[in-house]
Design a protein around this ligand. Structure first.
Ligand code: BMA
Length: 942
C-alpha cells in the first residue's frame, strides 16, 4: 500500500497489458512497467491446453474463467481437479511495449510466485524460484540487450505435489521417523515453501494451485543513480526497547526507517522524513534522518519523537486508532531520488512471559509465568479467533470481501486475530484494514503441524522469506506478535517423543536450530517492537541470551506439572461431546489460543457448491467435503475418517438438542445444519465464559481466541463465518459473550451446583445490578421466583470477575426442571478505556439458564411473529405466547450482512426490534421479503 514516488517525475511511460497508469510507481530516472492484468496466456504443452491468462492469478482460476473447468469449489472438484496440480503450467506475457531506449539497467520484480518457477525473458533463462513467500528481483539487462524482438516474459510453474514428492524421494533429503509429520491430503508439504494448507487441511481442500499470485513489474533505470523501492522496514519503538522485555513507556520513540531498493545510490545519500497525522494533517516531525547507512540494497536512518508527542494507537474498545503517514525520501543533495509513504501508528505491544512476581502472588495470582499481551503498557483481555486463508485461491480474495470480514470481526467484539501459520503472510491491505479497525494480528511464520528440514539451502530460503515479511509488515500497528509456527512445540515434539524416543533429542535440536537460532535473530534485527516466540502454544522461556547459539531457552514442560502453577497458553479440543459443557474439564492456563468443535454451514451456503440432489446430511458429496478427520493421504475417498467427523456432529446434536424430524428432506437437512451450529455456539459460549472468568481467578487468564473465524470454502468446519460472509450462530453468540461486561451461569449438571458470575474486561471497577426471573416455558412466573433473589447488586473490578449467586438446583423450588427458564439481565455502569469525554457508559447483558438440556425441555410454541418496517428498515419479532429460545432470524441468498442480534431469548410476550446490517446486496433490496424467523420449537415441527 501507499508506495508513492516523488522527485523529478519522469512521466508514466507505459500502459502495458491493460494496467491502470495511475497505479504505476515511478521515480527519478526510472521506467516502471506494470505487467499485471490481462494479455497473458496460460498453457500446458503436456495437456495441449492454452487459455487467456491474467496476473495476478492461479492456473485454476484462468482455466475456470476460460470454461475449461467447472467451478473448483463445486461438488467433489477438490478431488477431480488434481490433474491441474499434477501438471506444469506456463504463463506467457504478450510482447512488452514501452521499454526505455536508454536504460542503464533493467529488472523483473515479482512480488510473489507460487512456487517453483523457471523464468525466461525473451527466450533466455533468467532464474528459478522456489518460495511462494519471497519477493524476487532479477537483473535482465543482458537478456534485454541481446533481445532481437519485442520481449516476452515466460514463467513455467512446476507441479508442487510432484516436486515435493521428488524432494522427499531424494536420498540426500532429510527424513523423519514415521508417524510424526501431519499429512492431510497430499504428503511432503514440509519440504516446500508454499502455503502448507494448499496440500489439504482438516477444514479445507487440496488444490495446490500455481501461478504468478502477486504483481509483476519490469523496472528500468535510466540514470546512474536511481532507486526503485522494493520493500520497507519501518520500526517504531520506545528507546531501549528489546523484544522480550516490557517497554518503558516514559522513553521517547525511536523511528527507524529502512528501505530496500534496486538500483544504485550516490556515494553519500541522505534521508528525510515527514510524519503526519492522517486525520488532523498535523506534522509530528519532519527533517533529516540521522545515522544514515547503506548496507547492500538497503538504506536506513533514524530519528526520535518525544515520548508524549504522538497520539497513541489502541485496539478497538480501548481507545482511538490514531494513524500517521510516514514519508521517507532518499536524497542526493537537493535532488529527490525516491520516496515512500507508509501509514503507521505509535503503540507498544508486548507479550509478557516474565515470571510471576511476589507482588503478583500477593494479589492472588498463581505462581508460574505470565503469558498475556500488553498494549501501551496496559494489560487487556484479548477476545477473538483464528483467521485461516479466506480462499484456496488468494488472487480472488478481494479487498471488499476482506473489508466485510474485518467489519464482522469488530462487530463481533473481537480485538485480536491469530493469523494462523500455514496460510500466507497476509497482504498489506489486510493489515491496513486491521490498523483502521483496531484489530491486533498475532502473526506467524508459515510452519505448522510438521517438522521441517534444516539443510543450509532450506535455511537460506527461509531466512530470505522471514526478513522480507518481517520488514514488509512491521509498520502496521495491528501487528502484535511473531510466532515461529503452529503446534510444533505442543504437538509435533511430544509426538516425536512418543513415536521416536531415540530421535527426540536430535529433533528438538533441529527445531531449535530453525525456529530459534535462525529465525529469532532475524526478527530481532528487523524489529525492536515485536515479541517473538518459536511456536504457538508454549510455556514461555527460561531465559534469553542473544549471544548464545540458541538465544532463547524454551521452558517446554520442565517443572510445569506443579499443582497450582501456570505458565502458558492452551490449545484444547475434545470431540467427546458428552463432556462438552463440563467446564471443570476445560484447560486452566494464562491464555486460550485455540479451542473448538466443527459444525455444518447453512443451507444457503451449501447450495453455492452442492447440487440439489446431494443436499442431505450423509450424501457422499457432503461427507467427503468434511475433512475432519483428514484422509491422511491422497486417498481422497476416505469415508471412514470423514464419517467420524460427521458422527461427532450428529452425536452432539442428539445428546443435547431436539432432533429435527421434518417431512421435507431439504427442510430437515437445513434444521440439522442449524442444530449442529446451536451445539457449536453453546459449547464455545461455555468455554469463553469459563476462560473470561479466569481473568479473576488465580490463573489470571487474559485471552480467548477460538478456532476459527471464517471458512476457506463451503464445508463442515470450526468456522463462525461461512465462505461468503454469512454468520453462523457461533459468530453471533461469540459477539454476545465478548461484550465488555457479561453475566454467566455455571452449572454442573452432575452435582446440580449453579453459580452466576459477572465478568468485566474494563480497566476500572464497574457497578450494577443483575435481575433473575424464573418462569415456566409458557412464560408463567414460577412462584416466589423459585426462592431466587429478584436482583443482586455487584461491583466488579478491572479485568476481573465476581460471583453474585451460588446455589444448587436441589435448593431451588422448581416444580419441573424441564419446564423452567431463568432469565438473567445485567445493567452496569463503567468506563470504557481511554474515552476522551470520560463519561460513564451503560452496559447491558442478557443471559439465560435452563436446568435441563434443550432436548429435554417441554417447549411450547412461542407463536413467533415477524414484521418488517420499511421506513425504519427494522424487523420486529414477537414471542406471542411462550418463551422463545434460540430465536433465529434467517435471510436468503444474494445478500451478505448480519442482524444486530440473533439466536436470542425472548420472554413470553416480548418483542425485539432490530436492524440487518447490509454488507452486500445482489437482490435489489428484495431480500427483506424472504427474511424468516424460527426458534428451538420449530426445529422439530414439520
Ligand atoms: C489445530 C489448528 C489447526 C487445525 C485445528 C482444528 O490443530 O492449529 O491445525 O485446523 O486445530 O483441528
Amino acid at each position: 500500500m501507499n508506495i508513492q514516488f516523488s522527485g523529478t517525475m519522469h512521466l508514466w511511460k507505459q500502459i502495458l497489458l491493460g494496467a491502470l497508469p495511475s497505479a504505476l510507481p515511478s521515480a527519478l530516472g526510472q521506467n516502471v512497467i506494470d505487467l499485471s492484468g490481462d494479455g497473458w496466456t496460460v498453457s500446458s504443452s503436456a495437456l495441449n491446453i492454452s487459455v487467456p491468462g491474467h496476473v495476478p492469478s492461479h492456473a485454476h482460476l484462468d482455466l475456470f474463467a476460460a470454461g475449461v473447468i467447472d467451478d473448483p469449489y463445486h461438488g467433489l472438484n477438490d478431488f477431480n481437479l488434481r490433474w491441474i496440480a499434477n501438471n506444469n503450467w506456463t504463463y506467457t506475457s504478450k510482447p512488452i511495449q514501452g521499454l526505455s531506449n536508454d536504460a542503464k539497467a533493467s529488472w523483473l520484480v515479482f512480488n510473489g510466485l507460487d512456487t517453483f518457477t523457471t523464468i525466461e525473458f525473451c527466450g533466455q533463462q533468467i532464474a528459478t524460484t522456489d518460495n511462494q513467500f519471497r519477493q524476487y528481483t532479477f537483473d535482465i539487462s543482458d537478456a534485454l540487450n541481446n533481445c532481437k524482438q519485442s520481449p516476452t516474459v515466460s514463467l513455467n510453474f512446476g507441479s508442487c505435489p510432484n516436486i515435493a514428492n521428488a524432494i522427499a524421494a531424494d536420498p540426500n533429503s532429510q527424513k523423519w521417523p514415521p508417524g510424526i509429520q501431519g499429512v492431510f491430503e497430499l504428503p511432503n508439504r514440509e519440504y516446500i515453501r508454499k502455503e502448507q494448507s494448499d496440500f489439504g487441511w482438516d477444514w479445507g481442500p487440496a488444490f495446490s494451485p500455481v501461478g504468478p499470485w502477486q504483481k509483476v513489474y519490469l523496472v528500468q533505470s535510466e540514470s546512474e543513480t536511481s532507486a526503485y523501492v522494493l520493500n520497507t522496514g519501518f520500526d517504531i519503538y520506545r528507546k531501549g526497547q528489546i523484544n522480550h522485555i516490557a517497554p518503558d513507556q516514559s522513553q521517547p520513540w525511536v523511528v527507524n526507517a529502512s528501505i530496500d531498493f534496486v538500483g544504485s545510490l550516490p556515494e553519500r545519500p541522505s534521508m528525510d522524513i515527514e510524519i503526519k497525522n492522517i486525520n488532523s494533517g498535523e506534522i509530528l516531525k519532519s527533517g533529516a534522518l540521522d545515522n544514515v547507512t547503506v548496507v547492500g540494497q538497503a538504506i536506513t536512518g533514524q530519528t526520535m519523537v518525544d515520548a508524549e508527542a504522538p497520539r497513541l494507537w489502541w485496539p478497538t474498545g480501548m481507545g482511538n486508532q490514531s494513524l500517521y503517514n510516514v514519508t521517507v525520501t532518499i536524497r542526493n543533495n537537493e535532488q529527490d531520488i525516491a520516496s515512500v509513504t507508509k501509514r503507521t501508528g505509535f503503540r507498544t505491544i508486548f507479550l509478557d512471559r516474565s515470571n510471576i512476581t511476589e507482588e503478583q502472588i500477593s494479589r492472588g495470582i498463581a505462581p508460574g509465568a505470565n503469558w498475556h499481551f500488553e498494549v501501551n503498557g496496559r494489560e487487556f483481555y484479548a477476545k477473538g479467533s483464528n483467521i485461516i486463508p479466506p480462499d484456496a485461491f488468494w488472487p480472488r480474495v478481494t479487498e471488499a470481501k476482506m473489508k466485510r470480514l474485518f467489519d464482522a470481526v469488530v462487530a463481533g467484539n473481537q480485538n485480536m486475530l491469530r493469523v494462523w501459520s500455514s496460510s500466507i503472510y497476509l497482504p498489506d491491505f489486510m493489515y491496513d484494514l486491521a490498523d483502521e479497525r483496531g484489530v491486533l494480528l498475532w502473526s506467524e511464520f508459515q510452519f505448522s503441524d510438521a517438522l521441517y528440514p534444516t539443510d543450509q539451502p532450506f535455511l537460506d530460503n527461509v531466512a530470505a522469506e522471514v526478513v522480507y515479511n518481517v520488514r514488509r509488515v512491521n509498520h502496521h500497528p495491528s501487528l502484535a506478535l511473531w510466532a515461529g509456527g503452529n503446534e510444533i512445540e505442543s504437538l509435533e515434539l511430544p509426538t516425536a517423543k512418543k513415536k521416536a524416543p531415540g530421535s527426540y533429542e536430535f529433533l528438538v535440536g533441529d527445531y531449535e536450530h530453525l525456529f530459534i537460532t535462525l529465525i529469532l535473530p532475524l526478527v530481532y534485527e528487523n524489529s525492536r517492537s515485536i515479541s517473538y516466540m518459536p511456536s504457538s502454544t508454549n510455556n514461555g522461556f527460561l531465559k534469553v541470551d542473544l549471544s548464545a547459539p540458541v538465544p532463547m531457552v524454551e521452558r517446554y514442560d520442565n517443572g510445569t506439572d506443579q499443582e497450582g502453577y501456570y505458565y502458558g497458553d492452551t490449545d484444547y479440543y475434545n470431540y467427546d461431546s458428552s463432556v462438552a459443557f463440563d467446564f471443570e474439564g476445560y484447560p486452566v492456563g494464562r491464555f486460550a489460543n485455540e479451542f473448538g468443535y466443527h459444525s455444518m454451514p447453512s443451507l444457503q451456503t451449501w447450495r453455492q457448491a452442492v447440487d440439489e440432489e446431494d443436499l442431505y446430511f450423509n450424501s457422499s458429496t457432503i461427507v467427503l467435503r468434511n475433512h475432519h478427520y483428514p484422509s491422511n493421504g491422497p486417498d481422497t475417498h476416505n469415508f471412514k475418517n470423514a464419517s467420524m467427523g460427521m458422527a461427532e456432529m450428529t452425536l452432539a446434536v442428539e445428546r443435547y438438542y431436539p432432533i429435527p424430524n421434518k417431512d421435507d428432506s431439504i427442510a430437515n437437512f437445513s434444521a440439522w445444519c442449524h442444530a449442529t451450529q446451536l451445539f457449536q455456539a453453546d459449547m464455545y459460549k461455555s468455554e469463553i465464559q469459563f476462560y473470561r472468568r479466569g481473568s479473576g481467578m488465580p490463573e489470571r487468564q487474559l485471552g480467548s481466541l477460538y478456532w476459527q473465524l471464517e471458512d476457506i470454502w463451503q464445508a463442515p468446519t470450526w468456522a463462525g463465518i461461512e465462505y461468503d460472509g454469512r454468520w453462523k450462530v457461533l459468530h453471533y453468540t461469540a459477539r454476545d459473550i465478548y461484550q465488555p461486561i457479561i453475566v454467566s451461569p455455571f452449572w454442573n449438571s452432575s452435582t446440580g451446583d449453579l453459580s452466576v458470575y459477572v465478568t468485566s474486561d474494563l480497566w476500572e471497577t464497574a457497578h450494577g445490578n443483575v435481575s433473575f426471573k424464573w418462569t415456566d416455558l409458557s412464560g408463567k412466573p414460577i412462584s416466589s421466583n423459585a426462592g431466587t433473589p429478584d436482583t443482586e447488586s455487584f461491583s466488579v473490578g478491572a479485568l476481573n470477575t465476581t460471583c453474585i449467586y451460588d446455589t444448587n438446583i436441589a435448593k431451588i423450588s422448581l416444580p419441573n426442571v424441564k419446564n423452567a427458564v431463568l432469565i438473567i439481565e445485567l445493567t452496569a455502569q463503567g468506563h470504557l478505556p481511554n474515552q476522551e469525554n470520560g463519561s460513564l457508559a451503560t452496559f447491558t447483558h442478557r443471559n439465560y439458564f435452563t436446568p435441563s438440556y434443550p432436548k429435554d425441555l417441554e417447549l411450547k410454541d412461542p407463536e413467533l411473529q415477524l414484521s418488517h418496517d420499511s421506513e425504519s428498515n427494522t424487523f420486529t419479532v414477537e414471542a406471542q405466547s411462550a418463551v422463545s429460545l434460540y430465536t433465529w432470524l434467517d435471510y436468503p441468498a444474494g445478500v451478505v450482512g448480519y442482524f444486530e442480534d440473533n439466536s436470542f431469548t425472548l420472554a413470553a410476550g416480548e418483542k425485539r426490534t432490530l436492524r440487518f446490517v447490509v454488507q452486500k446486496d445482489e437482490t435489489g433490496g428484495r431480500w427483506v421479503d424472504d427474511v424468516t424467523v424460527r426458534s428451538l420449537w420449530d426445529q422439530t415441527t414439520s
